[in-house]
Design a protein around this ligand. Structure first.
Ligand code: NAP
Ligand code: ZN
Ligand code: ZN
Length: 346
């Protein structure tokens, strides 16, 4: 299937127009026209090989929202014209414990990524969402609620689920105090979800200018982490803090804000290890945890939750020719709050 998109040809090159072939429709596949594709910071990390060697040419993009154009003969979940979403993985082994539990992102064989990896045949390079068409097995796609704007939905497929999952796992709710570090693509979704779940929500941000936006999203408190010593007078009363920052921040400062049995969840993925004192953890039985996106059932649950609560991402919709500038602005934390590419314009 002839597909137009944007690719990066080496770690130091900008993205450029690129045409390639996708697999033809299989019996259990659906084909879609991509309408919007979000720009996740993980795209930038991978395109620039900040997480290690990558596969080039790379068509990034794992926040995909589109409309079904064709369905395979055995497909039951979708029909032509349906609004459909694809996230960070497009397949998995389907038989290990995590896969059977609906936690495909933790597949024992490794999830099959939407790009920068190989499809299940072990040889076809997976090409992502910065493109006009996509083909996916129906089991790895989700239905988008009718009331949500498609451009604002695209970022839910990664940024949304990545924050929804830990908030549910660690039971963010009324009576709980939740912190979100970094008001970026992930952080602004975490803020909206934690508020909708009824928690008392604090945004920790190194951009003081984002305070009004954070409050507009429902955050109850905003703490600027730009000043030296910002944490000194704060109480240790947080149940849960989610770190969405990939820069090398001092996680000890946040561990110290956790109450007894509180948890700091690492979500941002820096290229090097953090330093943590055992004493900070054991003194209050605190946990340091990690969380990665979410599985297929939870992805659909999250979209349904968004439909019920009318939650979408705040987006800046851009044309494909703006992708390289959008990368630069994302790195500078200068996006409100997710760039989304108009994929019909490739
Ligand atoms: P993003 O839009 O760039 O947001 C990151 C935010 O971090 C920025 O908006 C900024 O917020 C804050 N920040 C940036 N530089 C900082 C610094 N030097 N010191 C302190 N704070 C800083 O990125 P994103 O798309 O949300 O992704 C965030 C991270 O999560 C990336 O590493 C990405 O790869 C990772 N990720 C993980 C998963 C997972 O499954 N665990 C999934 C997707 C993405 P303020 O301006 O408010 O400080
Ligand atoms: Zn992502
Ligand atoms: Zn598996």
């Amino acid at each position: 299937m002839k597909t137009k998109g944007y690719a990066v040809l080496s770690a130091s090159a900008p993205l450029e127009p690129f045409t390639f072939e996708r697999r033809e429709l299989g019996v259990s596949d659906v084909a879609l026209d991509i309408h919007y594709a979000g720009i996740c910071h993980s795209d930038i990390h991978q395109a620039r090989e900040e997480w290690g060697p990558a596969i080039f040419p790379m068509v990034p993009g794992h926040e995909i929202a589109g409309i079904v154009t064709e369905v395979g003969s055995s497909v039951t979940k979708f029909k032509v014209g349906d609004r459909i979403g694809v996230g960070v993985f497009v397949d998995s082994c389907r038989k290990c414990g995590p896969c059977l539990a609906g936690l495909q992102q933790y597949c024992d064989e490794g999830m099959t990524g939407t790009y920068n990896g190989y499809e299940r045949d072990g040889k076809t390079v997976a090409m992502g969402g910065y493109s006009d068409k996509f083909v996916i097995d129906e089991k790895y796609a989700v239905t988008i609620p009718a009331n949500l704007d498609l451009s604002g939905v695209a970022p839910l497929l990664c940024a949304g689920i990545t924050l929804y999952s830990p908030l549910r796992n660690w039971k963010a709710q009324k009576g709980k105090k939740v912190g979100v570090i970094g008001l970026g693509g992930l952080g602004h979704m975490g803020t909206k979800f934690a508020v909708a779940l009824g928690a008392d929500v604090t945004v920790f941000s190194h951009s003081p200018s984002k305070e009004a936006d954070a409050k507009g999203m429902g955050a109850h408190h905003f703490i600027s982490t730009k000043e030296e010593g910002w944490s000194k007078n704060l109480a240790s009363d947080y149940d849960l803090i989610l770190n969405t920052v990939s820069a090398d921040i001092d996680v000890e400062l946040y561990l110290n804000l956790l109450k007894l049995d509180g948890t700091l969840v690492l979500i941002g993925l820096p290229g090097k290890p953090y330093a943590v004192n055992a004493g900070t953890l054991l003194g209050k039985r605190r946990s340091l945890a990690g969380s990665m996106i979410g599985g297929m059932p939870e992805l659909q649950e999250m979209l349904n939750f968004c439909g019920e609560h009318n939650i979408v991402s705040d987006v800046e919709v851009i044309e494909p020719s703006y992708i390289n500038e959008a990368y630069e602005r994302t790195v500078k934390s200068d996006v409100k709050y997710r760039f989304v590419i108009e994929a019909t314009k490739f």
